[in-house]
Structure formats: C-alpha cells, structure tokens
Design a protein around this ligand. Structure first.
Ligand code: CUA
Length: 350
C-alpha cells in the first residue's frame, strides 16, 4: 500500500511537470484564426492526457525496476500473481469512458470549427500543378446603375480580419491539400468538378502575412506549391477588392503584367531567363522556338495567342504536354489575353 501511495504521488508530480512543459513550450505556430482557438483547446486537453499516460507508464516501470530489483544474495522468484477481477474491470471501464468522452469533445470541436456564419463571404480557391489561384465575386455598379457580379482573380489570398470566409476548394488536375498551419485547418482539394468541391471555414483574427502550402504530394514541384495570405482590416479588404475589380488604366503591357500575376502565369514562366515549369518569357517574342515534333516556329503574336488558347497544340521541345491549364481562353477576357501578349512582347532579352 505504501508503494502505491508513493507511485501515485510521483505520477501526479510528473504529470503536472510534463503537462506544464507541454502546454507552455510554445510548440504550435501563432493562432491566427477563431478556429485555431477551438482546435488548440482540444490539443490542450490532449497534452494533459499525454502527460498523464507517459507519467503513469514510466513511473510504474522505473519504480518497479529500481525498488523491486534483485538484490545481492536473492535467489528465489518473485510472487506469482494471476488474475485480479477488480483491476481488470477498472482498466477496462476507465479507458472506455475516457475514449467516449474524447470522441464527444472531438465531435463538438469539429462542429464548432465547421459552423457557418450567415454573414460569411465566399472565395473560390483553384489548385493546379503547382499554383494556387483565388477568385472573389464582387458586385460592381454597371453602366445603367444595375449591380453586376464580376470575378476578381488573385495569386495572393487576401482576407478580412474578424470575418468568416468560406473557401470553396477546386482542383483542376490532381489531389492537392490546402493547409495553413496558423489557421489550424487543412482540407484535401479534389478534382472532378462541383460534386467534389470541398469547403473550409476560416475566421482570421490576426493581421499579417501567412502562407498556404500544399500538403499532398502532387508532382514534381509539390514542395514549391505555396501562395501568400494577407489578413487585413475589413475596410482595407473592401478597398482592395474594389481596386482589383476596377478597370486596368495602365498601358497594355503593364496591364498584361498585372494579369500575368493574378492568373499565376509567372509562377511557371520566369521573366529572367530561368527555366521553370514552362519556357521563360524573357526574349521569347520574335525568337525561334524549337517544338517537340522537331519543327521550328517564330514566336510571333499568332504563336503566343495560340499557345495561350490551346497550349497543347505546339509543345516546346523539352517540356511535357498537358502541364499548362487549358482554360485560360475561357477565364481571361480577349483584352486581357492581348495585354498579356503585349507584356510578353515587351520582355526583350538584353
Ligand atoms: Cu499540390 Cu502538392
């Protein structure tokens, strides 16, 4: 009995010390969303369970090994113990109760994290090898004062603080995974259209810059599939959206540069001559391009247009077909394509 008392005290002391260490050691990234608070609470409960069970097992083992060791001159075997119904019932019922309770708090935390706010705004997230693209739907006032919805595309996920955002996740090729450690949420992004669209809810509560990473092996450049996230005050967010939905009043080439960023072109086509997922744009216009079928074409306007509208028609030697998304023709307005071509034409090699 005295042994049991000593072990109990040691287990309690060890649990408290280990639990305090685990919960104060700052093992998780900053809590940047409302959902992170809920998830971290659940995590906190688990830290204490981990502390308790590690202590329970190791203290019992260490105590037995040290106190009941074979001393000098001892020859006999230890006491042979078989069956103890009381103990067996206890160590069956207590863990069952704990596991059921954990399932309950797990389910209630999940429900909490998935709760939809009726005021939430929606952002469509498009994943493709190996870029993220974000699309907002914004009401703008048309020529006759009517409200029309326009889509705003961005390569950075800009989010308003303290406002729930529903992210609708679409993949255009393989399975990707949307993961922001600071938000504590993660969801696979599936191809296959509307039926397979998945949702995540995030209520950012920390202003600043974060990163979305792809957490599902999705091909050669999986490691580099990331995009910036900016959490800004609500008023700043509204201003940003308005600005993005406005017309581009710059020169053609400058507007083209803007579209090449918002639509993610430059994630694959470098502007400095480096080889990327696709051919560099530097010095492309007017150059002789060797194609996979052995022929050579001049990169004139018609070639650039064709490459945007039907990227698999003329594959450049050394690059695999089917990599470039084939829907730019639908996603971009004709003017935007012309402006992107103007931008490419402006990138002369020195
Ligand atoms: Cu997309 Cu990994």
């Amino acid at each position: 009995m005295i042994h049991l008392a000593i072990v109990s005290v040691l287990v309690i002391v060890s649990t408290v010390l280990l639990g305090l260490f685990l919960t104060t050691a700052d093992l998780l990234p900053p809590q940047a969303s409302l959902q992170a608070e809920t998830v971290d609470w659940l995590f906190g409960v688990h830290w204490w369970f981990i502390a308790f069970f590690v202590s329970l097992i190791t203290v019992f083992i260490l105590y037995s090994v040290i106190v009941f060791r074979r001393r000098k001159g001892e020859r006999g075997d230890g006491k042979y113990v078989t069956g103890n119904h009381q103990l067996e019932i206890l160590w069956t019922i207590i863990p069952i109760a704990i596991v059921i309770w954990m399932a309950v708090i797990g389910a209630s935390t999940l429900a909490d994290v998935e709760r939809r706010d009726p005021q939430a705004i929606t952002v469509d997230v498009f994943a493709s090898q190996w870029v993220w693209r974000f699309e907002y739907t914004v009401p703008v006032v048309g020529e006759n004062g009517e409200e029309i919805l326009t889509a705003v595309a961005s390569d950075t996920l800009v989010l308003p603080k303290d406002q729930q955002v529903i992210l609708r996740l679409h993949s255009q090729d393989v399975i990707h995974s949307f993961f922001v450690p600071e938000f504590r949420v993660k969801q696979d992004v599936l191809p296959g259209g509307e039926e397979f669209t998945r949702e995540l809810r995030v209520t950012p509560k920390l202003e600043g810059e974060f990163k979305v990473r792809c957490a599902e092996i999705c091909g050669r450049l999986h490691y580099d599939m990331q995009a910036g996230i900016m959490v800004v005050p609500g008023s700043e967010f509204d201003a940003w959206l308005q600005e993005q939905s406005g017309e581009c009043n710059l020169s053609d080439a400058e507007c083209g540069q803007r579209w090449s960023q918002t639509y993610g072109c430059v994630a694959c086509h470098s502007l400095n001559g480096d080889e990327g997922v696709g051919p560099t744009w530097l010095g492309l216009f007017g150059s002789q391009v060797e194609l996979a079928d052995g022929s050579t074409v001049t990169a004139d306007e018609a070639y650039l247009l064709n490459s945007i509208q039907d990227p698999n028609a003329q594959i450049v030697a050394g690059f695999p077909p089917g990599i470039m998304p084939q829907d730019f023709d639908e996603r971009l307005a004709e003017l935007q394509i012309q402006q992107i071509i103007a931008f490419i034409m402006s990138l002369e090699a020195e």
